[in-house]
Design a protein around this ligand. Structure first.
Ligand code: FES
Length: 157
């Protein structure tokens, strides 16, 4: 598990924890606020939360690892979400995902070494008529091929 060098945010993190000190039932709320502040939930942040709320680190980690929303790894500047819902899947989404992961030298759920892209796979982006589709941060791109998907990401570099 990663630890963050997030001293600049530590004071604010302490305030979030202090507002719920000794309240284990506030864990989800504190995790949400902390991830919003730091960007992810590395080990030292989880340990501070556990200490503040009166929980063990393993109790905090079990919640963090249960919910997809929470992440223990830093996210890239651009969140790339490749849709693997049925409409996109049957129109070639697996080949798009495979190509992006290969070309960027990363894995699904991980961030590229330069910190630019995090590649995610998701279920239905709600724009099935554009299948196969992906989003880069909030912007949707559709009717993709592996080549056009890669070309789009190069425009963000
Ligand atoms: S299945 Fe991909 S957008 Fe709906």
């Amino acid at each position: 598990m990663e630890t963050c060098q997030c001293e600049a945010k530590w004071e604010e993190l302490e305030k979030i924890i202090d507002a719920h000190r000794g309240q284990p039932s506030a864990l989800i709320e504190v995790l949400h606020q902390s991830q919003e502040l730091v960007g992810y939930l590395p080990r030292n942040v989880q340990a501070a939360i556990a200490d503040g709320l009166g929980l063990s680190l393993s109790q905090v980690y079990s919640v963090v690892s249960f919910y997809n929303y929470f992440t223990t790894k830093p996210k890239g500047k651009y969140q790339v979400s490749v849709c693997m819902g049925t409409a996109c899947f049957v129109r070639g989404a697996p080949a798009i995902l495979e190509r992006l992961v290969k070309e960027l030298g990363t894995k699904v759920g991980d961030t590229t070494a330069d910190g630019k892209f995090t590649i995610n796979q998701v279920r239905c982006l709600g724009c099935c008529s554009l299948a196969p589709a992906m989003t880069v941060n909030q912007k949707a791109h559709g009717r993709l091929t592996p080549d056009t998907a890669l070309k789009i990401l190069k425009e963000y570099q």
